[in-house]
Each structure stands twice: as C-alpha cells, then as structure tokens.
Design a protein around this ligand. Structure first.
Ligand code: PRX
Length: 572
C-alpha cells in the first residue's frame, strides 16, 4: 500500500549533529563514559547516583520532589546516602541476595526512589508495581516472579494477598506507627537508624536489573527482564534523544510502575547527571503547568493522552503560567497526532518529538531527534546503532511504503534478556534468529522515517497504558452475571483507545445500567482502574471460533461498522 507522506515541518535543526554522532557510533563508547569500563563490573545504582556523588556534581540537585503535602529536594550526595541506608535496611531485615526479586508497590514519593536504588545496590532485581493495581494484578506479578520482599504502604498492603504468596518473606511498610514483627519492617524507623555507608554489590553486564510486567493479547502479563547493560542505551539516548545538558531541569511524567518511568524517570536522566522533577499525585492541568513554571522545567517527556487533556483544558489556562523555560518536549506511548504537534507549536512554541519503543526494547528505538525535520504523524528514525525494518511474516524485508511488521535487528544493549519463567514466549518474539518483531504494524517512507499504523495483535493502548484484553476478559468472567466476555480497544479522541467489553449474561439476569456500573466496579476493584471497561454492551451470544475462542476481530468490526473479514473459522 502506498501512502502519501505529509509535508515536513521546517524547524531549526541541524542535520550534521545527527550525522556526527552516527559516524562515531559505538555502544562501547557509551560504556566507556561510564566508570564500568575499567573493571567490566558495574552496578546501575552506582552509575546512576554514586558516580555523581563522588564528583563535582556532588551538591547538584538530583531530585526535586513535590506533591500536595510535601516539597523536598535531594542532591546526588543525599541520594547516595539515602539509597545506602535503604540497602542497609534490606540487608539487615531480609534475606535478599543478588538476583532475588524485591517488589516496590508505592505511590510516587522520594522513598520509592531510595528503596529502588537501595535494592539495586544489593544486586536485587527490582519489580516496580503501579500503585493503581488491585489484588488480582498484584498477585499475578508477585507469584510469577517469586518475589521475596515487597515494599509498600499499609493502605496498599490490603491489596497484597500475603497468605497466597509462599515466597514472600518480608513486608517493608512505609507509614506512621508501624507495628514491627518478624516479617513486617518499619521503613522510616529503620532508615533513621541505618548507616549511610554501604558496600555495594558489583555485577556483570548481564545480571538482572528491572522486571516490568506487561500485557500481550493472550495469557497473563509477562515479566520482561532487563539487565545491567541496558544503562548504556539509557545513557546514550538521554544525551541524543532527550538532549540532556548540564543545566537542564528535566521532568518525565511517567510513573516508575511503567518502563518509561524507570528507563527515563530514573536511569537516563541521572546517568547523565541531570536534575529531575518528580510530581506525586494525580494528573491536573493546573498542577502540571504550575510544575513547569515552579521548577523552570527545560526538557519535558510526556504522552499524547496527557497532551490531549491539556489541549482540552484550553489555552486560556496556559496563559496563567510561564512555561517559557521549555526547550525540548518529547512524547511516547501512543501515536502522536499531527493536531497535537500543531498545538504544541502554537502554545509552547515547541516541536513535540515523538519517540517509539516498548517495555521489551528497554529504551528508545525510533525517534524524532532534535536535529531531524519532523514529519507530523511519523515516529522518526531509528537511533544510531539500531536497525529497524518492515518485514513480512517470514522475516523478509519489505520495500518503502509497504505496510508490515515493525521489526528491529536483535542485539541492542537494552533489549530484554528473558521473559520470566517463559522461554517459549521469549523465543516467539524473534524471526529467523535476526528480527525482534514488535507486534506493531508500520511502514517506512523513502527518507527512512517510520509511520505507525496500529497493533497487529489485540493489545489495547488506553491513555498510553498497555492493557491485555485477556486479563480483562478473565476478570469479567469471574463476575457472577457474566457467561461470555470479549474485550476490544475502541478509538477515542482523547485516550487513544478506551476499553469496550461485549458480554453475554446468564439467562436469568436482566441487563441494566446498575449492572453495567457493578461490572465496571468489579474490574476496577479486582484488576486496576485503568483496566475497567468504559463501555459495556450486552449481547445474547459472542462470535466464537469452533474451538470456542472469542473472535475479537469480529467484535471490532461490529464496533467500527467494518466488514468482519474471513468468517470460515466461526462457529454457526
Ligand atoms: O503499540 C506501540 C505503542 O506502545 C506499545 C508499547 O507499549 P509499552 O510496552 O507499554 O511501552 C510504552 C512506552 C515505551 C508499542 O508496541 N507505542 C509506544 N510508543 C509509540 C507507540 N505507538 C505509536 N507511537 C509511539 N511513539
């Protein structure tokens, strides 16, 4: 299929910058800039924090933290000491050793960062959990990873089914007046008493770092393991793509429960020695603009849904704030619509730079660099050192303008190293032992820019969050009124997609608005608020294959009034 390219936005860019870095490119170069080059051993937390705490950057602010109740500032030196203290707390009170899994289930707060870095200093593999997860989602992740320790709050602990998790040994609680027991540790109290000195564990490049669970179209969420060497790419892209410089104030709006919030909300910026803003609490247009003004944010990394919500809040609101410090704005997670780029150009006088990557890729892969022209609607070009291509289902490369599987030549530094407990799933990502196949469809134009077309599988991207239809369907089937459920992503002008469920009810149950609300609440409570269907439609029967599998493709066609395609496998 040939698609007309949109006109190029002419901006103030310098293509020679891009050519220069590409010419000298070598991942080992990024490695050498990190201290690990001397010994071959490293620790991501050391490279991220301690290296700066031992340099002239010592008293530079690493973290500006703010929420409705707190406003705090920590230098690199402070971060080193606080993460050392956290490591000492874990060492004293848990049996964590190198490679063991420690999970963090916390709202954004300075303690989240102390705990995460402290666990990394011990050589633990950290599993960050988004605070909105409910019991079912928390259970799946802790059980699959056989986590030994969870760091959480007394409120969130109610969603951790401790009795059903035989591997979970210790619960570290962050709150007031915690009653300590053998298995329950009061983090704040122990932090006060802990030493700020810690001998960290030196690791190999291939030792574990972070375990992020992510959704596919079938089965439970999968544990994507990243290893220490991923920081090479975090560091290099923080320089090339985020364009972080000495005096920048950087703000990434993602939560560390998602990959953007670790790769670019911890590692990238701090490896580059940049001051970073973290805003706790929920999204509000006022607070967001105020944050940019208050800290003088210069580099801002967010997502299309957030930009569209800000757009919806009106330009009048923006006029109340001074956001003139912004010099580089980036987006990730969903297609960045040309309207949003136009809005950014008008209200911020900034180009919004799209970046494409996934949990599995660990770091940015295809991007609009500051020095490239922007073609609105395109994700940009692969970063130097990465080869991307459009391939057919046999792994053969397709020519320009032909739609196919967006694939990446395997072997980039931040590539996932395993799917936890599931080697078959890991292998299924690769074609011809050469291509990592993303699950996205796209095409490439004659200038080598990539254009996103959609997901090939049924994965839903809602407000930039990746939701597997299978997980939602499984939860719906646990509702006493439901006998069949099929879930799809329905296009939505603000959220990209919303979750729509088609359900068939038990014969003796009547459809009603109360039932819809009850089902929504059921999924919200059991899984997560963002996974609850915003729309529910009742059907007598759902389209199924002869083997009984719900045909989501047909549901989608119903929803969008499109032809349903090949129905030969459908039951009568
Ligand atoms: O479909 C693509 C979409 O998000 C998916 C990956 O989701 P996740 O693993 O949660 O990681 C999101 C943040 C790194 C991709 O398969 N996606 C990500 N970035 C873009 C995108 N879709 C269009 N444009 C993007 N820039």
């Amino acid at each position: 299929m040939k698609v007309e390219a949109l006109p190029v936005v002419q901006g103030d860019f310098n293509l020679s910058n891009y050519a220069d870095v590409a010419k000298d490119f070598d991942w080992e170069q990024a490695w050498k800039s990190l201290s690990a080059s001397e010994t071959g051993r490293l620790n991501a937390a050391y490279e991220t924090i301690d290296r700066h705490a031992e340099s002239s950057n010592k008293n530079k602010v690493a973290l500006f933290y703010k929420d409705a109740n707190r406003k705090e500032t920590y230098t690199f030196y402070d971060m080193k000491r606080m993460s050392n203290k956290a490591a000492n707390v874990f060492q004293k009170h848990t049996s964590i050793e190198k490679g063991d899994r420690l999970f963090i289930f916390l709202p954004r707060s300075p303690e989240l960062y102390f705990a995460l870095l402290g666990a990394l200093k011990m050589g633990a593999i950290v599993g960050p959990l988004f605070e909105a997860f409910m019991e079912g989602a928390v259970f799946d992740r802790l059980a699959d990873s056989e986590a030994k320790v969870i760091v959480t709050t007394p409120e969130l602990l109610e969603r951790v089914p401790v009795d059903k998790l035989p591997h979970l040994e210790t619960i570290v609680l962050i709150g007031e007046e915690i009653e300590e027991k053998d298995t329950i540790i009061d983090f704040k109290k122990e932090m006060k008493e802990a030493s700020p000195y810690f001998e960290l564990e030196w690791l190999e490049k291939e030792d574990g770092l972070i375990l992020h669970y992510t959704s596919g179209s079938t089965g439970k969420p999968k544990g994507v393991l990243h290893v220490q060497q991923a920081i090479m790419q975090h560091y290099q892209t923080a320089k090339w793509v985020l364009d972080l410089k000495e005096n920048d104030i950087y703000w990434c709006t993602a939560d560390p429960g998602w990959v953007t919030g670790t790769s670019y909300g911890i590692f990238g910026p701090w490896l580059a020695g940049t001051s970073m803003v973290v805003l706790g609490g929920r999204f509000s247009p006022d607070t967001w603009y105020e944050t940019i003004e208050e800290y003088g944010v210069t580099v801002w990394y967010s997502a299309p849904t957030a930009f569209r919500m800000l757009m919806g809040a009106g330009d009048g609101l923006l006029k109340k704030y001074d956001v003139s410090t912004l010099r580089h704005v980036l987006s990730v997670g969903e297609p960045l619509n040309p309207e949003v780029i136009k809005w950014g150009a008008n209200v911020f006088r900034q180009r919004i730079h799209d970046t494409w990557w996934m949990t599995e890729t660990g770091a940015q892969m295809i991007c609009n660099f500051g020095c490239l022209p922007i073609k609105p609607g395109s994700m940009g070009k692969p970063i130097p050192g990465v080869k991307a291509a459009i391939v057919d289902d046999n792994g053969e490369e397709l020519p320009a303008y032909q739609m196919g599987n967006l694939a990446l030549e395997k072997g980039w530094p931040s590539m996932m190293h395993m799917i936890w407990n599931n080697p078959e799933k890991y292998d299924s990502y690769f074609l011809k032992d050469k291509w990592y196949v993303s699950g996205d469809s796209a095409y490439m134009d004659e200038d080598g820019f990539f254009w996103f077309q959609g997901r090939i599988d049924d994965v839903i991207m809602t407000s930039g969050e990746r939701v597997g239809p299978f997980e939602v369907e499984s939860k719906l089937l646990e509702h006493p009124a439901i006998v069949e459920a099929g879930v799809i992503g329905k296009p939505d002008p603000v959220r990209g997609e919303i979750i729509k469920a088609f359900v068939a009810l038990r014969e003796d149950v009547e459809p009603s608005d109360e039932l819809i609300a009850d089902i929504q609440q059921f999924v919200k409570k059991g899984l997560a608020a963002h996974a609850a269907p915003r729309e529910i439609e009742f059907k007598d029967k759902l389209p199924k294959t002869r083997s009984g599998k719900i045909m989501r493709r047909v549901l989608k066609a119903w929803e969008l009034n499109l032809p349903a395609g090949d129905l030969s496998t459908m039951e009568d």
